[in-house]
Structure formats: C-alpha cells, structure tokens
Design a protein around this ligand. Sequence first.
Ligand code: BES
Ligand code: MN
Ligand code: MN
Length: 462
Amino acid sequence: MENIKSYVQQHKDRFINELIELLKIPSVSADTAYSQDVIDTAEAVKESLSKAGCDYVETCDTPGYPIIYGEKIIDPNLPTVLVYGHYDVQPPDPLELWTSPPFEPVIKTTDIHPEGAIFARGACDDKGQMYMHVKALELMVQSNTLPCNVKFMIEGEEEVGSASLAWFVERNQEKLKNDVILISDTGMISNQQPSITTGLRGLSYVEVEVTGPNRDLHSGLYGGAVANPINILAKMIASLHDENNHITIPGFYDKVEELSAEERAEMAKAPFSLEKYKNALNIEDVYGEKGYVTNERNSIRPTLDVNGIWGGYTGEGAKTVIASKAFAKISMRLVPNQEWEEITELFTKHFTSIAPAGVTVKVTPHHGGQGYVTPIDSIGYQAANKAYTETFGVPAIPVRSGGSIPIVALFEKELKSKTILMGFGLDSDAIHSPNEHFGIFNYLKGIETIPLFYKYFVELSK
Ligand code: BES
Ligand code: MN
Ligand code: MN
C-alpha cells in the first residue's frame, strides 16, 4: 500500500498530463464528423496499453469503431481479470454552456474538488476512469506486483449502444475468457464514502414520428380544423404518465421485481440529503412516482422520459404554421427482469393505439439492453470492498445505480462471469452535461485502489 501510494505520488503529474492528451481528441461516437478522431483515440489507447506493459495489443476491426484489446498473461494457472472501458464520449453540445472548451482540458477547483478537477468531455465518462486502469497496470508492472493475468477490452461505441461490442463478444469467447470483469464507468457516493454499484438499469430507446397533413399549413387558414401533430404528440406523451406518475403503458410493470421491505430499508441506510440534492439542482422539490423516495425512483423503479422533442418553426421571430410532422426521442429505463425488446413492443403497440384519427404514428426503436444486478457475496465484490476500505478508510456501501451499461448483462450471458463496477466518479461530475469534470483526487485514488483489487481478488480466489 505504501509502495502504491509513493509510486502514484511520484508519477502523478505525468498521469494527469497523459490523460489530458487523451481528452484532447474529440472521440464523439454519435457524430460521423468526428469519425477520424474516434479512430485516432483508439490508436492512442492501444499505444498506452503497450507502454503500460501489455505483452500483446491488437486493434480489432468490427462493423463499427475498433475495439482495442490488450493482455498480459503471466501464468495461465492464475486468475484473469478482464478490464472493460470505453474511449468514446458524448457529444459536447450545448457548447455555449461550457466555461472552457470541451476538448481543451483544464484543471479548475470546485467546492467538491478543492484539489482540482480536469474539465473536458469524457474526463469522467469514461476516458479518465478507463485510463486509471492503464496506469494501475503500469504501476503493477513497474513494481513487479501484478498478481494475475489481465486482459483489456476498450470499445468506442458505448455511448451509442455497443452494437459492435456485442458482435465482438459473441465471436471471441475464448479470447475474452476471464474470472472476473472489472469496470470503472459508474460513480460513488462521495469522496468520503465509497460505494460499489450492484445494479444498473436496462434501457429501451425509441424515436416517434407523428404525421398530420401532407404539408406544413397556414395556422390561420387551417388552424382548428385539422389535427396539429405537435399538439397531438404533446398530448400523447403527457398521457404516458398518470396522476401518480405511474407509466400507463399496459403490461409495462408486469415483470418489475418489487423489493422487499427489508431490502428497501437497507437501501435507505445509504447517506443521502434531499436538501443538498435539491440545492445542487436548484429545484424547489423533487418529482416522481408516488410511493417511492428519490433513491428508489432513480434506481429500482423503471421510468419513461422524453430526451428531445421537435417539429415546426423554432427559428427567430414568429412563423404561423401547422407543421406536417412532429418528433420525439424517448427513453425508458428498465429494472431487472423487464425484457427490453418486450418493453419496446409494448410501447410501440400502445403509442400507436392512442393516436387519434387525423394523424399517423411511426415508432422506430434505436437500441436497448437489459438491466443488471450483482450479489455482494462474490469474491469480486469482497475484493473490491477490501480495496476501497484500505484506500478510503471506510468500507464501501452497495448501491444500485440508475444509469445503464447494457453490455454488462451480455457479458454475463456470453462470458459467464460477474462484473464488478468499481466507479470513482461523482454525480456532480456532470457526465453527459456541459462542464464534465473528474476530480484529481478521484483519478489518483482510482489508480491506488485498483491494484489492491487485483491483490485481494487473487488472495480470495485461492
Ligand atoms: N457510464 C455511463 C453509465 C453510468 C454512469 C452508469 C453513471 C452508472 C452511473 C455510460 O457511459 C452511459 O452513459 N450509458 C448510457 C447508455 C448507453 C446505451 C447510451 C446511459 O446510461 O444513458
Ligand atoms: Mn460511460
Ligand atoms: Mn456515458
């Protein structure tokens, strides 16, 4: 532990500068304008893995962006840790809300990060957290303390649904064989209270299109006499929740697992301040499903949210028009046991059925994935908990997260191993938002904690 700490202290400036270089490449997977940058980032990751000490690295071509594979096999009889992460990032917009440009990383202090945080798109999600693993490997190789085999699989399409990774995993079961999968792409409660994510929500993401008249119309000449697709879409969307904020799609809750009173009481023990939560978001009150508290609403309950809605005239000034079409992008966060394909079908059937005469509705599924829950009595969980306990001085608390990493359920199905979600980000790090950042404290703590996971995982596996 002292050796780990001193290595990190000695090399921290370089660790930070290397991450900053990686963050300068705008690897936005959703926008083809950045495709060369995404590919360049893959190569940079590959190089970093070789430099850190992998004996073998490979750019694996896929139907989409490449997957970077790396390994260091020290003894086939020892356990193997498979590290997963992603080098792609979310689009940076709206640009005008960034206090410094998203791909020109700078270190600034915040109330929560008095020792500084790196501001850049991808700083926390997931370049910073992924790179902690690369540096942890370097540390273990340099100090001759790598206690087992390690494989890396770093993809470039996580933010757009991981289609190529699913393709890759199905075709490379032997290559990816492992005893545990280790991911840092989630968060923890606070810098004083580490937590281990034991659940992720699933996802069904759809786009809807409502079409009325065959062309845009004068809203005076036709207003009141034909269905306005934007009015109708707004009404249809509003009807998807009832007065208790339950989702109204028939069958939506059929497979939802209800937690026992004991499990809910256990969850309620995690430190949480509703006042701080409201203050951080500048809202007067929270809002959500009746019968559940905030920490349940955003983790063990399924949701439906509009992510974007558009149509008609949105330019400067006013234009009197009834648009021919209106659109929305809608995500449903799902909990374990809900099948995402089935939910997509239920949504499609219901949404089409509630359209009034005078409009037609088209629903296009985008992507989806299953939720995930993992037990806390596994060797992997215990190793992670011991590692956090040592570096933070307090044990980690198990927490079910509201976010999704759909590929995790597929890992379990195809590779038959458990995933340990060792996150070091904070909710306030603004992932997917303007001014995303990652605390220097968090980055360095991650690099310190990861080698201890390896150590305890191997010890407990004996
Ligand atoms: N790293 C996030 C997921 C996450 C963040 C989980 C924090 C738990 C805590 C990941 O990159 C992500 O953004 N996932 C997407 C889903 C994907 C299919 C686009 C999400 O959750 O919206
Ligand atoms: Mn991520
Ligand atoms: Mn993300």
